[in-house]
Design a protein around this ligand. Structure first.
Ligand SMILES: [Zn+2]
Length: 147
């Protein structure tokens, strides 16, 4: 199936009703892991997650259903700036920044190893259903200082 066909079939991507940003598309596995059953059921099979930290909306779909972030069963960065950057391994922004500024690569290297194994369950554990490693690496690289 070509990309052009997909675009024709779904002409408009819904935008977050709270902040008008486009969301990350998520499936039922992600929704069920982060919301009470009634909320994930109301959103259906295809919903979107708003990653904006200042926005109170967490999930929404193309039919006007939205669920606020305070109904989520677990928090994560960047919705909660103090929440885990990587819910699979519990790594926080603070830890990654501290390592980067001190020039310590051990934790990130360890994470790269472990992210290939069965502990990495990003589809369920990350609220946007996306792999958490690229987020960790981006933050680490941006702040890395040679000691
Ligand atoms: Zn939003």
């Amino acid at each position: 199936m070509s990309r052009a066909f997909i675009r024709e079939a779904e002409p408009t991507e819904p935008r977050c009703p709270g902040c008008d940003a486009p969301g990350e598309q998520v499936g039922p596995a992600t929704l069920k892991a982060h919301l009470p059953l009634a909320d994930s059921a109301a959103l259906g099979e295809r919903a979107f997650y708003c990653v904006a930290s200042g926005c109170r909306t967490a999930y929404f779909n193309g039919w006007g259903v939205s669920v606020p972030a305070d109904r989520m069963t677990a928090t994560a960065y960047p919705k909660d700036p103090a929440g885990p950057l990587c819910p699979c391994f519990g790594v926080t922004v603070e830890e990654v920044l501290a390592d980067a500024r001190a020039g310590h690569k051990e934790r990130v290297k360890d994470l790269m190893e472990r992210s290939r194994g069965p502990e990495a369950r990003c589809v369920e554990r990350c609220p946007d259903g996306q792999p958490c490693l690229p987020r960790v690496l981006r933050l680490f690289r941006e702040s890395f200082q040679t000691p």
